[in-house]
Design a protein around this ligand. Structure first.
Ligand code: MOS
Length: 761
């Protein structure tokens, strides 16, 4: 029996421990690792979208001052040829371009790499080498809409274990029986993550078989394995370091071309090489959310009971690799309906390979789902929130009707509606104005959801004689608060104040943890940290019994009969007994420190009995200028039931960050390609619009209390992504409510709203 840990530190709104280091510039990011003898690499981007490099005339460039080497497909040594494609170690690895062949698949792909003494010399040489690359061109596919005829079904499963298509009941019969139907085509554009910190790698070799990389990555251990595979080394010969990360949003999940390229170059020139991607290189080379076309067909009875839901997704992938954004997966489970059909199809295009982008699947897929529900509500003359309540899914229909490990969505709806003042909404579109009468006011809402992801993880904990505790795990802090919340988990598991615990991460010398993606870090590594600290606590308290090793039976006895808090242990049922400090217990052992490992892995039992999701409700008010077509978010209320919150402050930051991400997706973000040349025309942060402070009001975020210990002993579901989900739906619905204009293709920009006015006039 495990008693619940007293939560002294967990939940506290502690400041981020890395905050001061970051604002004072003392946190060193990968691009800032300036090693002795460092040389600088800059890639030469392909100028064509499809074809082959025929020749590269590098002679003059090699003689430029400061240039150390020019790496091309014609002079780079061949790397071990691995199964699954060009240096692709595992099927889930991205296929990358590390100058092993002359194929060109997209504009911007690395076709050469210049290494020079200074960054400026490398930039100059790269720019001059570009025109000296000769290509044989082939006809590219550059337009998803034009290439729809080539759509094909990818091999499943997608999104871990889900099938590509689903078909429950009979959708056609459900549509035929419906009192009202919605049949519309929705779509989302290419979008780019644009983390503030650029992708960057510094690679250094010791001899020819020991490699260290400082890499901006969401997964140090996965990067280690990938690099070991590429270079044919045992994983223990590769060390990956990443103490700080300036955002990732999925773009820093996989290993892309630049990371091994830096190592290829470092080996070739015999010096450490730094390779930092500029924004122009970041856009084509490090993934993006794929463009999608999403026709939907919904039907409902006059009472608002869904009779049919169809959601088909066709999206781009690259012409050399596959990525499926599981955009219709949530459609299978979000609402109760006997007839649901979904599908995912891919179209090969000559852009880079798309990738996970914050809340992949749900972020884009919930846009048509939540807007079609809204369209249906208007047709039924039913409140959109009431329509959702009438189709509440009591079990997970996409997962054999399994019960939820926890689901408090009904309460999210209720609390959200009350906080927002949903009852003040007038049902007709275009019926509300700002008090001065000038701006159109719209209210919109949508459901949010994201699955709980969990993976096996390890950690270790060490107590020192002075009572300080060091906990280590080879995980990452994306800027989300990992340093802080892991110390909070450790403190409570061990029974010491949080300020006695230092948490260390970002080094593959620390125990293995999963990639920080899929909102799984706290659920996975948090559980391992808790396990390590509980083991350490048992070992220390075991000193009371002079136990060198604490067997499970004694650990259980200790667990049931002793309480550790404030760094002291006392008998659970004898409050008057004298407390013994953990440091005294450590001293009894005669050791300078005591270090204990811990690990956690998700169990099949709960996986097979329960479905695990976070849920939420998004409510917003938008103001639209009828003359300019500009839509501005005026108010936002998000209510989430997403497991236990480890830190009220960092949790709120995660969720408001997600909502801001969703606002960008809805109103601003689009990676624009020139469909004739395959060039990304806004591959920079002045032309690629993301929300700025002026676009975002104060966001009101509420977490409902939830302690779901089926998912893991910490009760954490993960909150990195759910905040994004439902935002495009809620905001698109609010804009319709304000204007009477339904924009079905993101982003909802002024031209689309004004264009609709012009068309209606
Ligand atoms: Mo996230 S898109 O799984 O980093």
């Amino acid at each position: 029996m495990t008693s619940p840990a007293p939560a002294a530190a967990i939940g506290q709104p502690l400041d981020r421990r890395d905050g001061r280091l970051k604002v004072t510039g003392r946190a060193r990011y990968s691009a800032e690792m300036n090693l002795r003898g460092l040389a600088h690499g800059v890639i030469v981007p392909a100028a064509i979208p499809k074809g082959r490099v025929e020749s590269i005339d590098a002679a003059e460039i090699e003689r430029m001052p400061g240039v150390i080497a020019v790496l091309t497909p014609f002079n780079v040594p061949k790397l071990p040829d691995l199964p699954g494609g060009v240096n692709q170690t595992r099927p889930t690895d991205k296929k990358i371009s590390i100058l092993q062949n002359t194929e060109v698949h997209y504009v911007g792909q690395p076709v050469a790499l210049v290494v020079a003494e200074t960054f400026e010399q490398a930039v100059d040489a790269s720019a001059r080498l570009g025109p000296r690359v000769r290509y044989a061109t082939e006809t590219p596919a550059l337009d998803l809409a034009a290439a729809m005829g080539t759509a094909y079904a990818p091999k499943g499963p997608i999104s871990r274990d889900r099938p590509v298509d689903s078909n429950e009941g009979n959708v056609e019969a459900g549509l035929a029986a419906a009192a009202q139907t919605v049949r519309e085509a929705y779509g989302t554009p290419m979008e780019t993550h644009c983390a503030m910190e650029p992708h960057a790698t510094v690679a250094v070799w010791e001899g020819t078989d020991r490699l260290t990389v400082f890499d901006a990555t969401q997964g140090i251990h996965s990067t280690r394995k990938r690099m070991a595979g590429i270079f044919g080394l045992p994983p223990e010969n590769v060390r990956v370091l990443c103490p700080f990360l300036g955002g990732g949003f999925g773009s820093k999940g996989p290993v892309w071309s630049h990371t091994p390229l830096a190592a290829v170059a470092a080996r070739q020139v015999g010096r450490p090489v730094k390779l930092v991607l500029g924004r122009r290189e970041n856009f084509p080379n490090t993934g993006f959310r794929p463009e999608t076309v999403m026709p939907v067909a919904f039907g409902a009875t006059a009472e608002g009971k869904l009779t049919a839901v169809r959601h088909d997704v066709t999206m781009q992938t690259s012409d050399f690799d596959e990525f499926v954004e599981p955009a219709a997966v949530a459609t299978r489970m979000l609402y109760d309906c006997p007839n649901i059909a979904t599908s995912h199809r891919l179209v090969r295009t000559n852009y880079g390979t798309p990738n996970y982008m914050r809340a992949p699947g749900e972020a884009s897929g919930l846009f048509p789902l939540e807007c079609a529900m809204d369209e249906l509500a208007y047709k039924l003359k039913l409140d959109p929130l009431e329509l959702r309540r009438r189709n509440y899914a009591e079990t997970d229909l996409s997962d054999k009707g399994r019960p939820w490990s926890s689901k408090n969505l009904r309460e999210c709806y209720r609390v959200g509606a009350e906080k927002f003042g949903w009852d003040r909404r007038r049902p007709e579109p275009r019926s509300m104005r700002t008090p001065d009468g000038r701006l159109l006011v719209g209210y919109g809402m949508a459901t949010a959801t994201y699955p709980v992801r969990r993976s096996a993880s390890k950690a270790r904990a060490r107590m020192l004689r002075d009572g300080n505790v060091v906990v280590q795990a080879g995980t990452q802090d994306l800027g989300t608060g990992t340093y802080t919340v892991m110390a909070q988990i450790a403190a409570d598991a061990l029974g010491v104040p949080a300020d006695r615990v230092r948490f260390e991460l970002g080094d593959t010398d620390f125990p293995e943890t999963p990639v920080s993606g899929g909102s799984q870090t706290c659920a996975s590594t948090g559980s391992a940290v808790q396990a390590a600290c509980r083991n350490l606590r048992s070992q220390l308290v075991g000193m009371l019994f002079d136990a060198k090793e604490v067997p499970p039976s004694l650990a259980e006895y200790i667990e049931n009969n002793y309480v550790v808090s404030g760094g002291e242990v006392r008998p659970r049922f004898d409050p008057d007994a004298k407390a013994v400090s953990l440091t005294d217990l450590l001293a009894r052992s005669g050791q300078d420190f005591l270090e204990v490992a811990g690990e956690w892995k998700p169990g099949p039992p709960e996986q097979e009995t329960h479905s695990m999701h976070s849920f939420g409700a998004q409510f917003c008010e938008v103001h639209v200028d009828p003359d300019l077509g500009t839509a501005r978010v005026a108010r936002w209320v998000g209510v989430f039931s997403a497991g236990r919150m480890l830190n009220a402050k960092t949790a709120r930051s995660q969720l408001i960050g997600g909502i801001v991400f969703g606002i960008g997706m809805t109103l601003h973000e689009e990676t624009v390609a020139d469909r004739r040349l395959g060039r990304l025309v806004n591959a920079n942060l002045s032309d690629y619009h993301v929300p700025v402070n002026a676009d975002v009001p104060d966001l009101d975020v509420t977490f409902l209390e939830e302690n779901d210990t089926l998912i893991n002993p910490v009760g954490v579901k993960g909150i990195g992504e759910i905040g994004v989900t439902g935002v495009p739906g809620a905001l698109g619905n609010a804009i319709f409510h304000a204007t009477g204009i339904r924009v079905r293709h993101l982003p909802i920009t002024p031209d689309k709203l004004l264009g609709a006015y012009a068309a209606a006039a």
